[in-house]
Design a protein around this ligand. Sequence first.
Ligand code: C2O
Ligand code: CU
Ligand code: CU
Length: 509
Amino acid sequence: MRRLNRRQFLTLTTSSAATLLLAHCADQPQAQVNFDAETPTPAENPSSVRSSRIVEFDLEAQPSSVTLGDRTANLFTYNGQVPGPRLEARPGDTVRIRFTNRLSEPTNLHYHGLHIPPTGTADNIYLNIGSGQTFDYEFTLPTDHPAGTFFYHPHLHGRVADQVFRGLGGIFVVRGALDEIPEVKAAQEEFVFLKDFEVDSNGQVPNANPMQVMQGREGSIVTVNGKENPTFSLPTGGLLRLRMVNASTSRFYRLTLENHPLHLIATDAGAIAAPVELQEILLSPGERAEVLVQGNQPAGGYRLLNLPYDRGMMGMMGQRGMGGMGGMRGMGRMGGMSGNTAQTTPQVLATIQYSGSTTPLSLPQQLLPIADLPQPATARRIELSMGMSGMGRGRSGMGRAFLLNGKSYDHDRLDTTVRLDTVEEWEIANTGPMAMDHPFHLHVNPFQVISRNGQPEPYAAWKDTVLVRANETVRIRVPFRNYPGKTVYHCHILDHEDQGMMATIAMQA
Ligand code: C2O
Ligand code: CU
Ligand code: CU
């Protein structure tokens, strides 16, 4: 019944080209079974409607042939698109996602960064949705869920890197208080979904070799929203809001915009207290950042660049800092994908093109307060390392394993147990003589970074993924709230996660 209604709704609606939103929004109590009343409210005011909407989406994971730049690529897609459709909901909404797996292998969905249950039909990464199967995800965002830029991607252990590298991933927006701040609302919103690809001359995605797996595979085709060097327009005097997601398997992005500082307004899990002016932003896999850009420069085109960054490519291989191997398409084409980020020149990701003009818009002075966290009840230390695997040979076949506290992921082992309604402080240390950078990610409960190598963080922010550089120790503080159950924390270089750099955490009431 409901589905029929939704389809009718979809056929009667024109969605804006920019929004790949397949939502049905019904402002009515969930319990009320009155299909006639199930009409979407036009021009809803997000601040006035709470906890009564149902939003529904259909998602299909499927092999599709997609145009990437000047070639055709056989990728994995959601609904035939790369990136997948953008899903949007508001705090309090009940989200239903009818997910169908049309791949020839199992998969599932993870809602990266959302504060929802890790169990049942919500952010349950233990589901295994077989080829041809359909699963109905359903969860309710808490009414105090922060507004922000989140994303979804597959999370079936052992297949994550491969499925993401083949193209799976999409944005999940939670709209709320941040979007209602007048200056933010006035800004023109654009999404920057960062993803790299590799395809051979037949349009096939090559399999990663053991070295690429160990380093974290990178593709030579670097895209924003599935396009090479797309253009975003900005009126003189205007404000551009870039909502950036690093959805790549392993590639890092050191972002800068020519002649324009980036005014950071939100990190992974929502708004910061006030804008912070930055010349560049480093996004490791899984991280997000929202920035405002002021159109206050001479009219023209300005390039959003990815600057060279050395993420510590396997010191043991003697490659750290060695130039000229990665980041160039030519290399990638000749030699297959490069596992090496020793990129030596800036890459162009997108172009901001001035167009027209508007009455000058100003930056917000304030955004949203960030709660101070109380003193932690428990402290833990988590070590990220590479070592010999228990078998004497790593799963990569090169005698290396990726470890958390000296252990490789075991689905049947519980590594960490925490109590709900407590705050914990975790010291995450990236150790070992041959360390490389590892982005540390925790599901379900966002955290604040307290310090790096003992240096306090310059401003408070909610994160779910934090880069722990080679030989760095990062302290985070995590409030565990609301949801009992098991989930994971892991390195978000997805090859490392699949190779075992992941552990199980149980939240107990
Ligand atoms: Cu985005 Cu457990 O991952
Ligand atoms: Cu996640
Ligand atoms: Cu890692």
